[in-house]
Design a binder for this molecule. Structure first.
Ligand code: FUB
Length: 339
């Protein structure tokens, strides 16, 4: 599979390349960092990567994570605190395996952790867990969010409303939901047809369910035509993130098998979003997954690579580096490598 070929290349690159940033923590493996600033403090909600004997494949079976640890930082350059286990697979009644990339939201005095996991039938669903503290522990609901599926939830707040974006192809199973129902076989649109779209739904007032049917997020070229499935350098794969700069909404995402973080801009949280370029070039590893947040007057990109494990794709470490918006609204392309 694609992942095995890339793994050999990663291990070679790990010896040869230099990095612009160092891992934020090195006592555990962390990935998929979703960053938020609440009450002037930085919180990072990452996946917690672990060693496994499960062989690598293109569905990501080797990403066998079992819990979440939340990282926090009082000030830039300050100590990065690991706040311990915030939620464990064993405590989620509906979940079977693979706790993948999470995100969190705050409303009133409560914090909500959104997380994907395969249910007991091996179908990815999105769960929610609630806490009085941004660092947990989080109490999971008995069941996943009704009508939820696939992976990589991210929550974006705009004018007091919260929107949940989700979806990821290949191991993330988005391709199995094209009819609106789960179909156990993978099927993909033809190369010249619109690519599989990430999904968005407004959350209910209590943050625990969808307030509407999830809708497709349209990613388009500048001429308004949809990005087709065959444009692997630009089409959506996984790792959605939303941020707002000025009046513009930025939808950024991983292109998966072409390993970039791309971004697209629009005038509404629902899109459509017009492709603008690459904001992070491929990192060391197969996956590329990020978030963007402003902390103490500076925008940052949070991302991961596999520096700590010497290039092992399922053993990643989170990092951060400054990010800049240009006057024309574009974002300067970043590289994780210093050479
Ligand atoms: O961490 C497991 C999966 O790898 C995430 O859900 C994807 O976005 C990719 O980073």
């Amino acid at each position: 599979p694609d992942v095995i070929q890339k793994e050999a290349e990663n291990r070679r690159m790990a010896q040869e390349r230099k990095f612009v940033s160092e891992p934020l923590v090195s006592h555990i493996y962390t990935a998929d960092p979703s960053a938020h600033v609440w009450d002037d403090k930085l919180y990072i909600y990452p996946s917690h990567d672990i060693e496994t004997d499960i062989p690598m494949d293109d569905t990501g079976a080797h990403f066998a994570m079992r819990d979440y640890h939340i990282l926090s930082m009082d000030k830039l350059g300050g100590e990065v605190i690991d706040n311990g286990v915030a939620l464990s697979l064993d405590d989620v009644p509906w979940a079977g395996r693979q706790m993948w990339a999470p995100d969190a939201a705050r409303k009133g005095d409560k914090y909500y952790l959104y997380f994907p996991s395969k249910d007991k039938q091996d179908i990815f669903r999105i769960g929610v867990a609630v806490s009085d503290s941004p660092t947990g522990p989080f109490e999971p609901l008995e069941k996943p969010i009704p009508g939820s599926y696939s992976i990589d939830p991210t929550v974006f707040e705009d004018n007091g409303e919260h929107y949940l974006y989700f979806g990821g192809i290949w191991g993330g199973q988005l391709q199995r939901w094209q009819t609106g129902e789960y179909v156990a076989e993978d099927s993909y649109p033809a190369d010249d047809k619109p690519a599989l779209a990430p999904m968005v739904a407004k959350l209910s007032d209590d943050m625990l369910s969808f307030a509407e049917q999830p809708k497709k997020v349209l990613l388009q070229y500048e001429d308004g035509s949809p990005i087709p499935a065959g444009d692997n350098d630009k089409r959506f794969f996984e790792a959605a993130w939303l941020h707002k700069y000025g009046d513009t909404y930025y939808f950024s995402y991983s292109t998966g098998d072409t390993h970039n973080i791309a971004y697209a801009t629009g005038d509404s949280p629902y899109g459509p979003f017009t492709y603008r370029g690459i904001l992070l070039e491929p990192v060391l590893g197969w996956t590329n997954h990020h978030s963007i947040a402003e902390f103490d007057g500076q925008w940052y990109l949070f991302y991961h690579d596999t520096q700590l494990s010497g290039g092992q794709t399922h053993l990643r470490n989170v990092k951060m580096m400054p990010l800049a918006h240009n006057d024309d609204g574009s974002i300067q392309t970043l590289s994780a490598f210093a050479d």
